[in-house]
Ligand binder design. Structure first.
Ligand SMILES: C[C@@H]1O[C@@H](Oc2ccc([N+](=O)[O-])cc2)[C@@H](O)[C@H](O)[C@@H]1O
Length: 492
């Protein structure tokens, strides 16, 4: 694996590379990301040790922001969460009462299927919204734990969106629409199904039989991959059995070696008991995972705009929707620490996206139009969160050069071409200065220009006696962004 070396360029023209950087600054906290071609010749063995050597396809790290969609029959009752069926069967009092009050006696979960019509669903309008949110990929629930598929699974007869409900291939329609607008498309897929009788038989046999994995799971996943060529497989519902029951490593070896998406697919880490945060192209660890520190493996923060549910709730209150300030903080802190943000919405049974979700997504998109330069294709910097001002998070941009040291073999090095500091609170001191710490020692080593993205003119800055950096901001009224701002530092 190539080693990335982190360097600083202090002069505009740099004749002698040894003066361009200080080797003490080499850091080992870079995520190693290489072009996918490094995977081309490789045949992966179906074990984690080998699968873990796969290099992350570059598009995924560049993208930074994705949209997650939880859509299934749970959007029909639209009550509590996407776990509605399991909670109901588990005797949850609120849900039992809700069912007694709202639906006729004897009503079953299956009876929701014909009520899921998606009559207003326009895949290309969804795709427009996602493009305008600034997301670069979209992940749709092809099947949640209820087992209902949003594509015509050949093994889910009558329990899919083509045979009943919308009578449409929702996976196919959305895949085509988002790709047409230049986004990547991926699928969420639950390994287990709460009430699949074949799965329940295996479970009863303590997973010593593997009929479900062989006759349902694998063929379904292969159908999904062959028919829709997803760029992401977001696996879930793995926690009742280990990866040998699921045959996860076999599936992944096929995916990486022989599948039609072998060069660009990325998978998460939910492939059986104990795999989470350990294996996979990127780690989700827990839902809404945001460690606030640089991670040594690519990760993704899956978060939902509805603070209490992934699926649509008809009785959602405004206070239960994530405020834009918090959404931006999640995105910024996540990207600073090497993560991607996967932002979830739950569409309605009519096939619409609630305006409040659309508004939040467009709020993010508008912010990214100005500030996205420091987000997309960025890398974590030396510091993530400023040690003096904890409202400030950093990223940087790197460029790769071939560097020939006298006496040594040529190496590829990454030079920092810009540092970005995002601040989440406009300073309230009279002079309108932002005070930060971690950038100081770098600013002192050369000439730096500082601008506020979306504003343009170079800002005055100075170092204080206590070693902090003060940046004199433009008057707030003259600034475009409203909830979070970006300073760009470039060596001149
Ligand atoms: C994205 C979410 O994923 C799972 O929930 C989980 C799965 C794993 C953890 N975890 O590992 O902490 C937490 C919630 C699902 O059960 C849930 O409905 C939703 O789809």
């Amino acid at each position: 694996m190539r080693r990335l070396i982190f360097l600083f360029m202090f002069g505009f023209v740099c004749f002698s590379p040894s003066n361009c950087f200080n080797e003490d600054e080499n850091i080992n906290n870079n995520i190693i990301i290489d072009a996918p071609f490094e995977n081309f010749e490789k045949k992966f063995q179906p074990n984690w040790k080998d699968l873990d050597t796969r290099q992350l396809p570059k598009w995924y790290d560049d993208a930074k922001i994705g949209i997650f969609i939880h859509w299934g029959l749970y959007c029909v009752p639209g009550f509590r969460s996407e776990w509605f069926w399991a909670y109901w069967k588990g005797g949850d009092k609120n849900i039992v009462q809700f069912m007694n009050n709202t639906y006729p006696p004897g009503f079953t979960y299956q009876d929701f299927a014909p009520m899921f019509k998606a009559e207003f669903f326009n895949a290309s309008e969804f795709a427009d919204l996602f493009v305008n949110s600034g997301a670069k990929y979209v992940v749709l629930t092809s099947k949640h734990h209820e087992g209902f598929t949003l594509f015509p699974s050949k093994r889910s007869f009558g329990w899919n969106s083509v045979d009943t409900g919308p009578h449409r291939d929702l996976v196919g329609d959305l895949a085509n629409a988002v790709r047409q607008k230049g986004l990547k498309f991926g699928v969420y897929h639950s390994l287990y199904e709460w009430y699949n009788p074949i799965y329940l038989e295996d479970k009863k046999a303590n997973f010593t039989t593997r009929h479900y994995a062989g006759s349902k799971l694998w063929p379904d996943l292969k159908q999904l991959v062959n028919d829709y060529k997803p760029s992401v497989i977001w696996s879930d519902g793995d926690w009742e059995a280990n990866d040998t029951y699921w045959k996860s490593t076999d599936l992944l070896a096929w995916l990486y070696n022989d599948s039609p998406v072998r060069d660009e697919v990325v998978v998460n880490d939910r492939w059986g008991i104990g795999t989470s945060c350990k294996h996979g192209d990127f780690y989700n660890c827990e839902d809404r995972y945001n460690p606030g520190k640089l991670q040594n493996h690519k990760w993704e923060n899956a978060l939902t705009l509805d603070l209490t549910s992934w699926g649509y709730r008809r009785n959602i209150a405004l206070r239960e929707v994530i405020p834009i300030e918090r959404l931006l903080k999640e995105v910024i802190s996540t990207v600073s620490c090497g993560g991607n943000a996967l932002i979830n919405i739950g569409p309605t049974k009519e096939g619409t996206i609630a305006p409040i979700f659309a508004e939040r997504l467009l709020g993010l998109g508008n912010w990214l139009k100005i500030n996205g330069e420091g987000i997309y294709k960025s890398s974590p910097w030396l510091s993530q969160n400023d040690t003096f001002n904890d409202n400030v998070w950093y990223t940087c941009k790197k460029q790769r050069y071939n560097y020939q040291k006298p006496t040594a073999k040529p190496t590829e090095v990454d030079i920092v071409t810009a540092i970005y500091a995002f601040f989440l609170k406009w300073p309230t001191n009279d002079e309108g200065m932002l005070v930060i710490n971690d950038i100081t020692k770098h600013l002192q080593k050369g000439n730096w220009q500082v601008v506020l993205l979306g504003n343009g003119e170079p800002l005055h800055w100075e170092t204080t006696v206590t070693g902090k950096t003060k940046i004199y901001l433009p008057r707030r009224e003259r600034v475009n962004s409203r909830h979070a701002w970006t300073l760009k530092f470039t060596p001149v």
